[in-house]
Design a protein around this ligand. Structure first.
Ligand code: VGL
Ligand code: ZN
Length: 200
């Protein structure tokens, strides 16, 4: 991320906000809690207000696993049971002020496959294209898994991608994973911005 914050980005009709997997299980107290994961909620609420005001689409992806999902340890996967469809852990926290108009994108909904990206096995790409979206602004959880993969896929689709620096947090299974994911996203063409750089 650049430190000299003289950039200012104006939202237009071709912008969309993608909120990645801000679900109870990824928040403190959840089954797969991301350290300080709850810190993304306030900046995301600010972005939600901004995007609502400009009539720009607001998208919330969610991990929506069956009980016997392949990513769970009992099935030989790397993760504890998390985000089981319809369970409390899979719900968005009540503090996240998602509007009624938000698009909810469920992913990794079948037992045999995992999907970190909001584009993987969903109709998100088609829907963004139908709305003539050219640029997406991405925040949520976790920087080193689902945010990273969603951002890389968006870039591959030819979208401009802005990563909201204050609105992401990492799992950091290995120390530095989150920082490396930011570098990787920037190397692939994403722009990491602070909220102060987004025009009101
Ligand atoms: C995620 C681990 C497992 C994420 C989802 O949303 O980043 N991480 N499932
Ligand atoms: Zn998952």
């Amino acid at each position: 991320m650049r430190e000299d914050d003289d950039r200012n980005y104006q939202l237009n009709a071709h912008d969309a906000l993608i909120i990645v997997d801000v679900q109870n299980d990824f928040l403190p107290g959840g089954a797969l809690a991301v350290r300080h994961g709850d810190a993304v909620i306030e900046p995301l609420n600010r972005m939600i207000e901004l995007f609502k005001g400009k009539d720009c689409p607001i998208i919330a992806t969610r991990d929506w696993h069956p009980q016997d999902h392949c990513s769970f340890k009992a099935q030989g996967g790397p993760w504890p049971v998390h985000c089981v469809a319809e369970s409390k852990g899979a719900l968005f926290p009540k503090e996240l002020r998602l509007p009624k108009s938000a698009w909810i994108i469920s992913k990794a909904t079948t037992a045999a496959r995992d999907a970190y990206s909001g584009f993987d096995g969903t109709d998100l790409a088609e829907r963004l294209k139908a709305q003539k979206i050219k640029r997406v602004w991405v925040g949520g959880l976790a920087t080193d898994y689902c945010v990273r993969q969603t951002v890389l896929d968006a870039l591959k689709l030819g979208l401009d991608v802005m990563v909201l620096f204050e609105a992401v947090r990492a799992v950091n299974l290995k120390p530095g994973d989150g920082d490396r994911a930011i570098d990787e996203m920037e190397d692939a063409g994403a722009i990491c911005v602070t909220l102060a750089e987004v025009a009101p």
